[in-house]
Design a protein around this ligand. Structure first.
Ligand SMILES: [Cu+2]
Length: 146
């Protein structure tokens, strides 16, 4: 009888500590995770964390000219409902061969990383009047791109 009581008491004690243990550290760890400190204060044109994007819509690249720091990956997205396009470097009479997306169907995207500073003209090889330009700066302006 005495042994049963003792065993039961230990079990009860363990049961309490086992139950109480996860609750105690859970409370302090839950507090530091701040969801959104300020709401709608900073309106950023580019989605945070994602690459700069050029939308292809209504037979145009938007923005037509984009300035990025060297090493930046740019993403083109075909937002047409039914028209394919390409993102081809250079000009129709003189393609530079630096990049070529091939045929981008509606909804398709293409990415290219610019590791060399310079001005990159590009066009759509299907609709050659569609032109765009990426200007790649040698180094990011201090604290701008971070
Ligand atoms: Cu096109």
């Amino acid at each position: 009888m005495a042994r049963f009581v003792q065993a039961f008491g230990i079990c009860l004690l363990l049961g309490i500590t086992a139950c109480a243990a996860p609750v105690v550290p859970a409370a302090p760890t839950a507090t530091p995770s701040s969801p959104t400190p300020t709401m709608g204060a900073v309106a950023s044109p580019t989605p945070a964390g994602g690459p700069p994007q050029v939308m292809i819509k209504n037979f145009a690249f938007r923005p037509a000219e984009l300035e990025v720091a060297v090493g930046t990956t740019v993403e083109w997205i075909n937002q047409e409902e039914a028209v394919p396009h390409t993102v081809t470097s250079g000009s129709p009479d003189q393609p530079s061969g630096v990049f070529d997306s091939g045929r981008l169907q509606p909804g398709d995207s293409f990415r290219f990383t610019f590791n060399q500073p310079g001005t990159y003209e590009y066009f759509c090889s299907i609709h050659t009047r569609m032109r765009g330009r990426i200007v790649v700066k040698p180094a990011p302006a201090s604290g701008y791109d971070y």
